[in-house]
Design a protein around this ligand. Sequence first.
Ligand code: SF4
Ligand code: SF4
Length: 146
Amino acid sequence: MIRPLITGFKTTFLHLFKKPVSVRYPDQKVPVFPKYRGKQVLMRDEDGLEKCVACGLCAVACPADAIYLEAAENDGTVMAGPRYAKVYQIHKTRCIFCGYCEEACPVSAIFMGKDYELAVYNKADFVWDKTDLLVPLEGAKTPPVA
Ligand code: SF4
Ligand code: SF4
């Protein structure tokens, strides 16, 4: 009876002097592995225009049927090509973060990002649209890195 107690106290005492392995999340974040696949990012070209040409290959390649897009004719203000994705949605509850959409894209318009804070409070927020996915203008040239 006494022996296990002593062993327990000894173990606790020894851990008092060890470096903690936990972090104070969310103030302190743990860097993700370089190959980590998080929330997707839709890229812009060097002029800040959208790179997506609405070809739909990512939606075809998606094994979870998580991508929905609607193409529209472009007037030159949204992206450089003749068509752009008027609607581009990824359904978060379907996505398995396999990265096939990134591999299928012929113009490198979509990348798997590093964002892992994906919890939401509202059912409607389970769908990412262009507002959520499109990279801000200031980050236009930079693909997501770890
Ligand atoms: S990561 Fe995979 S499952 Fe998610 S949208 Fe891309 S292809 Fe579909
Ligand atoms: S993200 Fe790439 S593959 Fe998907 S519709 Fe746009 S251009 Fe095509």
